[in-house]
Design a protein around this ligand. Structure first.
Ligand SMILES: O=C(O)[C@H](CS(=O)(=O)O)OP(=O)(O)O
Ligand code: MG
Length: 244
């Protein structure tokens, strides 16, 4: 039994997740958007890696009870109803609906890990529920993996910070799980930033990209620690709310 952090999905194949409990972290912004959609009453979120596939899947669903969302390069895709800003996933937009979502990093990481024994999405906004998911996995004797979605195959500060926070909340687990290098690095990063996590987030590369896109307000939303107890869990090809 161990607690690992993958600082990016680069180089990881299905075997890396086989038999493990995996939490996919994409603070800016896919995980936060999924938590927000489910918090606001979406029935489910179907994560799709490919944008064409997302469009084709949405076309098979009843338009009254489904909505197509996603981005590339941070911008809403042409013909999609919603982008990837948590601000768009209001009750009016998603309550009672199934969301088909495709994003550059977060949904791709989720799809990559879909063979895991247990799979969920985490962010700062649902850090407590995310830590509880990992805690339960360790209680049950499973290896727990935090998979940072990162940015285009590279490490991102916001996901590494969130992973470090989760390591911090699990470090006293009774099983004293061994940590891999990723977990130690993320934990050290978090310990250096924990007094003002939001400030650290505002220094991230992706914050600059979002500001340039006019989506800078999303960062404060994504920085709200423990704002929701919704844990998006992956079952039957979709993410559904598992309230803690
Ligand atoms: O929409 C986002 O914030 C990013 C877009 S990108 O990485 O800047 O292209 O996607 P996400 O999958 O949420 O990291
Ligand atoms: Mg991201």
């Amino acid at each position: 039994m161990s607690l690992s952090v993958a600082l990016s999905p680069a180089g990881l194949d299905a075997e890396a997740f086989d038999g493990r409990a995996v939490l996919v972290v994409d603070v800016l912004r896919a995980s936060t958007t999924v938590v927000t959609a489910l918090q606001n009453g979406a029935r489910a979120v179907i994560p799709v890696a490919d944008k064409g596939e997302a469009g084709r899947l949405a076309a098979t669903l009843d338009r009254d009870v489904s909505v197509l969302g996603g981005e590339r390069g941070g911008e809403k895709l042409a013909g999609f109803a919603l982008g990837n800003s948590p601000r768009e996933y209001t009750e009016a937009a998603v309550a009672g609906k199934t969301v088909v979502l495709t994003t550059t990093n977060g949904t791709a990481a989720l799809v990559r890990a879909r063979g895991a024994a247990r799979l969920a999405m985490g962010a700062l906004v649902n850090a407590g529920a995310s830590a509880a998911f990992l805690h339960r996995a360790l209680d049950d004797g499973l290896d727990a993996v935090v998979l940072c979605a990162g940015w285009e195959g590279r490490v991102s500060l916001e996901d590494a910070l969130c992973a470090g926070l989760l390591v911090d909340r699990l470090i006293d687990h009774p099983s004293a799980p061994p940590l891999n290098d990723g977990a130690r690095i993320a934990h050290g990063l978090y310990r250096g930033a924990r007094d003002d996590l939001a400030r650290a987030l505002f220094g991230a590369d992706h914050t600059r990209r979002l500001v340039a896109l006019g989506a800078g307000d999303d960062v404060a939303l994504c920085a709200r620690l423990d704002a929701s107890d919704v844990l998006p869990v992956y079952r039957d090809n979709r993410l559904v709310a598992d309230a803690a």
